[in-house]
Design a binder for this molecule. Structure first.
Ligand code: G3P
Ligand code: CA
Length: 355
């Protein structure tokens, strides 16, 4: 390589190092959920063994205030609740975890995630663990923290946790303060300072501000907070309006626009965008947009979701899952990735580091 080119390459490497000081992290999304039913303890143990740096917990509350590790507010997609508890659904036909006690939830069989197609229940990801096989249960947050803490001790690997408070406004409407409950459990299990290996995530910016300014000081805690970013049309966060009428979808558009990062930095330490939000199409070409650069300039980490290797889940512009993850780690310069396949993302991250 000519000397001038070598110097240019060196300068690029140095710039890359400055922008991304720490090694990017691999977050096991719902555990090693590409291989075992999501949020089961075996999926979490597998993620730990596969070298994930952090393991994610989505958290909702039961009728009797237990914190359970479950992605949806409802039990339908991953359990046999409809057969086990007929007639317990709400008007929308769904069975809400908050309408069941922990003892009832423990009776449910967990399976690989199901979806409804033309009135039939079928596996959302057909290549994954066979539906209805083996025996899996829903666990509490405490049980999962004990598992990860136990594995950290027995293996000597310090794997962090990445809990998500699910839909706090829904829980409030049901008379429950899920954020306060989660913080108290985290504190009891030794996660209370910024130095602890925990990122606390939520889609609801008003709740994150409340956690930052009210709850963390109240419990004498100081955790790193991550603002998850949704597309407004997903209706991920519904807030009651000023008149106290029907809840309205929170508008996330400002978080995607230039200039958002310093405003988010006022109450959070990182952002969790959907990965396509970091790209913009111009003249038929997809390019990395302003978001990572602005986030880093404001001191925010960037952990996009969710990198999946299943058939049809890798964007067509990439030839493999490895190229896809590698692009976001290297070209886009993100600080971590949420993935259902932590083993494969760890390999990509390590090979980039070796280079
Ligand atoms: O929390 C990061 C990612 O998990 C957000 O999406 O819907 O899988 O919780 P979701
Ligand atoms: Ca999540």
């Amino acid at each position: 390589m000519p000397t001038l080119l070598k110097l240019f390459a060196l300068a690029l490497c140095t710039l890359g190092t400055l922008a991304q000081a720490a090694q990017p992290i691999v977050i096991a999304h719902r555990g090693a959920s590409g291989y075992l039913p999501e949020h089961t303890l075996v999926a979490k143990a597998m993620a730990h063994a596969q070298g994930a740096d952090y393991i994610e917990q989505d958290i909702v509350m039961s009728k009797d205030n237990a914190l359970i590790v479950l992605h949806d507010l409802t039990l339908d997609a991953t359990t046999d609740v409809a057969e086990r508890y007929p007639g317990r659904q709400r008007e929308d036909g769904k069975h809400y975890a908050i309408d069941f006690t922990l003892a009832e939830i423990r009776q449910l069989k967990v399976t690989e995630i199901q979806t409804d197609k033309d009135g039939n229940r079928q596996a959302k990801y057909p290549g994954r663990f066979p539906s209805g096989q083996s025996s899996f249960r829903i666990n509490t947050l405490e049980e999962e923290l004990e598992l990860i803490g136990g594995l950290n001790k027995s293996t000597g690997r310090q794997v962090g946790i990445y809990p998500e408070i699910k839909v706090p406004a829904f829980h409030r409407r049901e008379g429950k303060d899920i954020s306060a409950a989660v913080l108290q459990v985290l504190k009891r299990y030794g996660y209370h300072s910024r130095d602890d290996k925990v990122f606390l995530q939520c889609f609801d910016p008003l709740e994150l501000k409340r956690i930052k300014t009210k709850l963390l000081p109240q419990y004498q805690m100081d955790l790193k907070l991550v603002q998850l970013i949704a597309m407004t049309e997903w209706h991920e966060t519904l807030h009651s309006n000023a008149m106290g009428l029907k809840p309205e979808p929170y508008n996330y558009d400002w978080m995607l626009a230039p200039g958002a990062a310093p405003k988010i930095k006022d109450y959070a330490d990182g952002i969790g965008p959907w990965f396509p939000m970091l790209m913009t199409e111009t003249d038929g070409q997809w390019r990395v947009n302003h978001m990572v650069k602005e986030a880093h300039a404001a001191g925010l980490q960037v952990h996009p979701y969710t990198f999946r290797a299943d058939q049809g889940q890798v964007p067509e512009v990439f030839s493999s899952f490895e190229e896809y993850v590698g692009f976001f780690l290297q070209q886009a310069g993100v600080d971590g990735v949420f993935t259902d396949f932590p083993d494969r993302a760890v390999k990509v991250r390590n090979s980039l580091r070796a280079k």
